[in-house]
Write a protein that binds this ligand. Structure first.
Ligand SMILES: Nc1ncnc2c1ncn2[C@@H]1O[C@H](COP(=O)(O)OP(=O)(O)OP(=O)(O)O)[C@@H](O)[C@H]1O
Ligand SMILES: [Mg+2]
Length: 256
């Protein structure tokens, strides 16, 4: 087994604990992710996918359980240390982008570097380089509200990658991209993954997008219910298997 870069033990998440609205969104999640894996997370709407990735990546705090990232017990860290740790290790793409509305695209992309105290001249070089890669050069001085959905998504992707994270956590990163931009993003993830050993954990509802991963986890009602490895399968075989599993799940959920 390779180096474990992310591990969750007995994770439970209860929203609004101790109130009448208490809702247990994750029950008893256990997972180990090896360096260089490209993990996909699939499951019906409301099954707990976003809750799962937020709770394994310091964005949210589980009600019970432990999380280790690059060997560090992140739930034991101070808020200050977690902030620092995030900018050194993790890149996030959120389902609703989470851009800062009153800041320009430039400032949004620069955020992880500004927070880490990187020199402004270096920030400028890196932001401009990244903007070029993401085809955002002409949008840098606009506000997010002045950009299209796809441009906002590419801004979120640029921000996630600007600090060269060792782990990328992405929630539906292609939700607002057309098929060509989606494929380009997946190819970029695959390249970072294969050439630089970057680990990716990505939520998607799309079987074709999921076929880029090396392992796929299915979540249902707050539990990991099954998982498949690409292993020796070629892309087509893997894709067919994903389609078969997700459609049998859909049939089952219509009956229940
Ligand atoms: N802040 C919150 N407070 C209370 N309940 C929440 C909160 N966030 C999510 N939930 C509930 O937890 C469950 C899991 O939500 P989650 O957002 O993880 O689903 P998801 O699988 O990401 O769905 P989608 O595919 O629609 O994004 C849902 O029933 C949701 O209503
Ligand atoms: Mg979600």
């Amino acid at each position: 087994m390779g180096e474990i870069v992310l591990e969750a033990r007995h994770l439970k998440k209860i929203y609004n604990a101790n109130s009448l609205n208490a809702y247990e969104a994750l029950h008893d999640i256990n997972i180990q992710v090896e360096k260089g894996e490209f993990i996909g997370v699939m499951g019906p709407s409301g099954s707990g996918k976003s809750t799962f990735i937020n709770n394994i990546s310091t964005i949210d705090t589980p009600t019970e359980g432990k999380v280790f990232i690059n060997g560090k017990n992140v739930l034991a860290m101070s808020a200050n240390d977690i902030g620092h740790f995030r900018y050194q290790n993790l890149g996030f793409i959120f389902q609703d982008f989470n851009l800062l509305d009153t800041h320009t695209i430039y400032e949004n992309i620069a955020l992880p570097l500004s927070l880490a105290g990187v020199d402004p001249a270096e920030i400028e070089t890196r932001v401009k380089e990244m903007a070029q890669k993401m085809d955002m050069t002409d949008q840098l001085y606009k506000l997010p509200s002045e950009c299209s959905g796809g441009q906002r998504q590419r801004t979120a992707i640029a921000r996630a990658l600007i600090n060269n994270p060792s782990i990328i956590i992405a929630d539906e990163p292609t939700g607002n991209l057309d098929s060509q931009n989606s494929e380009e993003l997946l190819e970029l993830f695959q390249k970072l993954n294969r050439e630089d050993g970057v680990t990716v954990v990505m939520v998607t509802h799309d079987a074709f997008i999921a076929s880029y991963t090396s392992r796929l986890i299915f979540i249902r009602d707050g539990n990991i219910t099954s998982e498949i490895q690409k292993g020796d399968m070629d892309e087509d075989e893997y894709f067919q298997k994903i389609v078969a599993i997700s459609s049998s799940r859909k049939r089952r959920s219509r009956i229940s």
